[in-house]
Design a binder for this molecule. Sequence first.
Ligand code: FAD
Ligand code: UDP
Length: 371
Amino acid sequence: MFDAIVVGAGFAGSVLAERLAAQDGMRVLVVERRSHIGGNAFDHYDDAGILVHRYGPHIFHCNSPEIVAYLSRFTAWRPYQHRVRAMVDGQALPIPINLDTVNRLYGTAFTSFDLADWFASVAEPRERILTSEDAVVSKVGRDLYEKFFRGYTRKQWGLDPSELDAQVTARIPTRTNRDDRYFTDRFQAMPLHGYTRMFERMLDHPRISVMLNTDWREVAPLFGETPPLLVWTGPIDAWFGYRFGPLPYRSLEFRFETRDVEWAQEVGTINYPNEEEFTRVTEFKHLTGQTHAKTTVVYEYPRAEGDPYYPIPRPENNALYKRYAGLGEQLAGVVFVGRLATYKYYNMDQVVAQALAAHQRLASARRLVVG
Ligand code: FAD
Ligand code: UDP
C-alpha cells in the first residue's frame, strides 16, 4: 500500500515525507508516537489563548536562501530578531557578550578597540580548542567564563564545560560591538501562523497519510520482512535495540506560567547562569508577536531522564554513535535523518538541509538502479 514509511513527524520526517510524495510520486505513511505533528517544534494555543511552544522556545534563523525558499512554500513569515539577557551579579546583561556587557559589568567605558585589546589581555591562550571551556576562556578569559558559561553549562548538560566538545559553547559568539541580537543569520523569522500550521501544510498531500499516537514498534510487524523504504528520525540507538548500550541524550522539563500582565520581561529570553535551578525563561509573545492582555512564559529545567532532546557532544558519545552509524550504513532501505537519528546538535534549518540532502541521495540512487 505504501512506497515509503517515515517514522517521526518533526522537521526531518515531514520534509522527507513531503519530498517523497510531492516530488517522487510515492505513497508515504508517516508514523508518529506523539499525539501531534511538528516534533519538538510543535506549537499550540494554551488555555489562556497564547501561542506557546510545548518543547521549549524555537526561533528560526538561517543563512541558506534555498532552505528559506523551500520552507516558504508552506508558510509566510514574521521577521523577528531574538534578544537574550543573562542575569549576572544582579544585572540583566546582553549575551552574547558584547561591548555593553563588559562596560556594564565592570563599570568601564571601553570602546570597541579597547575591548579587543582587553579580551586579548585576559584570554587564556590554548594551543588547541578541544573543549567548551577552551572555546570560551581562549576568547574572553576566566572571569566572564565563570560568570556567564560555567554554571549555565553545568546545569544544562550535567557536565563541566571541560567535559564537552568545543562546539557547544562555540555556538555563542563574542562581540566587540554593541550588537545584542542572539543570532546574526541573514534570515531570522518566525512562521507567521506558527510551526504547527506550517507542518500541516507540508503534510497535506493526497499521497501522505499520518498515523499519530503510534509507536513504530507497534506497527512494524504489519510490514513484514521486506518493508518499503524506511526513514527513521527517532534516536538511532533505539532502532538498533540499544545493542551497544544507550546513547546519552539530555532532557528538559518545561514549566509554563501564565501571568495576568501584558509583559513579563524586556526581551524574549532571560538566561540564569547561576544559582537558579532553571537555565532560562522565555516569554512567547516576543517571539510570536501576538497581542494579548496576558502573557505566558516557560522555565526550562535540565534533566537526565525524560524525552531525548539534546545529543551530548563529547568524544566517547561520538565514538558510540559511530558504531551505531556503521550498522546503519549496512542496512539497505533504511535512512537515518535528523537530530536524534544522526546524533547531531542541529538547529531546525540544519535538519531541513540534511533531510533535503538525504532526499537528493535517495533520488540519485534510484536513478542509478532504474538507469
Ligand atoms: P524531532 O523534532 O525530535 O522529531 C522526531 C520525532 O520522531 C518526534 O516527534 C518523536 O515523537 C518521533 N519518534 C521518535 N521515535 C519514534 C517511534 N519509535 N515511533 C514513532 N515516532 C517516533 N532549533 C532552532 O533552529 N532554533 C531554536 O531556537 C531551537 N530551540 C530549541 C529548543 C529546545 C528546548 C530544543 C530541545 C531544541 C531546539 N531546537 C532549535 C532544535 C530543533 O528542535 C531541532 O533541530 C528539530 O526539531 C529536530 O527535528 P527532528 O525531526 O530531527 O527531530
Ligand atoms: N551557554 C552558556 N550561557 C549562556 C548561553 C549559552 O553557558 O548564557 C552555553 C551552554 O552550554 C548552552 C550552549 O552555550 O548549552 C549553547 O547555547 P544555546 O543558547 O545555543 O542553546 P540551545 O538553545 O540549543 O539550548
